[in-house]
Design a protein around this ligand. Structure first.
Ligand code: SF4
Length: 323
């Protein structure tokens, strides 16, 4: 591990003033410290954000605000989250291990890096780690890689379960800049597709700090999260689906769906949601939704299994949510 300076400020202003372009904010450090040991990330300063008072979950007008350093386990266990945003609680509990959830934070979970093995190997070419160096994954061994939102420069999978549920829940990321200004960005605008700059993963600019996440009141009361993985626990999703639905008089009147294990960012497909809305549930409808989901998937060798798996998971989730 390379040497670095460590700061533990007491206010957000101090944290922002300390953070230069080579600094990294640290909350739980469950991903960052691993990457520092591998020398994949080499910040010259760590700015600890655990004393900034960002560890609260507050009900606010029109929803709930989750502080940046709320631990994943505390968020999953919160009675309000379990009651009204249960898909988020389920997604969190499907991620990592209890020990990691006790440390990992809301902001850190949003910003966790891909687990592409070539990204973590500093001897392999990787456009995300070293822009312009190439992509060892394309043409390499593939299993936990993306089939949606990929580019010729990067096919890295977004690893988060929490962010998938948040995408289905129309989450907004609250960001503070060095001047003290605050902006709120929808999760869909927060993440960037890799394109030809896969090293730029979000719309955060250097020196900006995530202070929290806002979740609006959910549009649906039927919430399901299903994750398929190689092991029963402590494994990343091969495919996952978050569903937030509302039914009236036997018909789907609102559908919000997000997918993990498929995309370079937590994936959502509005065409599927439009297809389902106003319809009565049926196997034929759910099969059609699966076709729409995967019609633009790029199924490289080793990833072909994701198409039937994703379609079966979507069908099972929709069946459960509409029963
Ligand atoms: Fe790097 Fe992306 Fe290629 Fe993986 S898929 S080696 S992260 S450029």
């Amino acid at each position: 591990m390379r040497p670095f300076d460590y700061h533990r400020p007491e206010t957000s202003n101090d944290a922002l003033n300390l953070a230069d372009e080579e600094a990294a904010f640290i909350g739980g450090g469950t991903n960052l410290l691993d990457l520092m040991k591998l020398e994949v990330m080499t910040p010259d300063q760590l700015v600890d954000i655990n004393r900034l008072g960002l560890d609260q979950i507050d009900e606010v007008s029109g929803g709930i605000r989750i502080g940046a350093t709320v631990r994943n386990s505390d968020l999953a266990d919160d009675a309000r989250i379990r009651r009204n945003w249960s898909v988020l609680s389920r997604a969190l509990l499907a991620g990592a291990s209890p020990q990691l959830r006790n440390r990992a934070t809301t902001a850190g979970n949003l910003l966790q890096r891909t687990r592409c093995p070539y990204f973590q190997d500093i001897d392999a070419p990787c456009n995300k780690r070293v822009p312009g160096s190439g992509c060892a994954a394309i043409g390499g061994e593939l299993r936990n890689h993306a089939v949606l939102g990929t580019s010729d420069h990067c096919i890295a999978l977004h690893p988060s379960d929490m962010a998938v549920a948040m995408r289905a829940l129309d989450a907004e990321v609250i960001v503070r800049d060095a001047g003290g200004g605050t902006r709120t960005t929808a999760l869909v605008e927060f993440y960037r597709l890799p394109g030809d700059t896969p090293h730029i993963e979000t719309t955060l600019t250097p020196g900006e700090l995530i202070t929290g996440v806002h979740l609006p009141v959910p549009a649906g009361d039927r919430q399901v999260y299903r994750k398929v993985r190689d092991r029963a626990s402590y494994a990343f999703a091969l495919v996952s689906t978050a569903a937030v639905l509302r039914m009236e008089n036997g018909k789907i009147v609102s559908a919000s769906l997000a997918f993990g294990g498929l995309g370079t960012m937590p994936w959502r497909n509005e065409e599927i949601e439009a297809l389902l809305t106003g319809e009565a549930p049926s196997n034929a409808l759910f099969d059609k939704a699966g076709e729409v989901l995967m019609k633009e998937a790029e199924l490289r060798e080793g990833l072909e299994f994701k198409k039937p798996l994703a379609q079966r998971v979507l069908k099972a989730v929709l069946t459960e949510a509409t029963q």
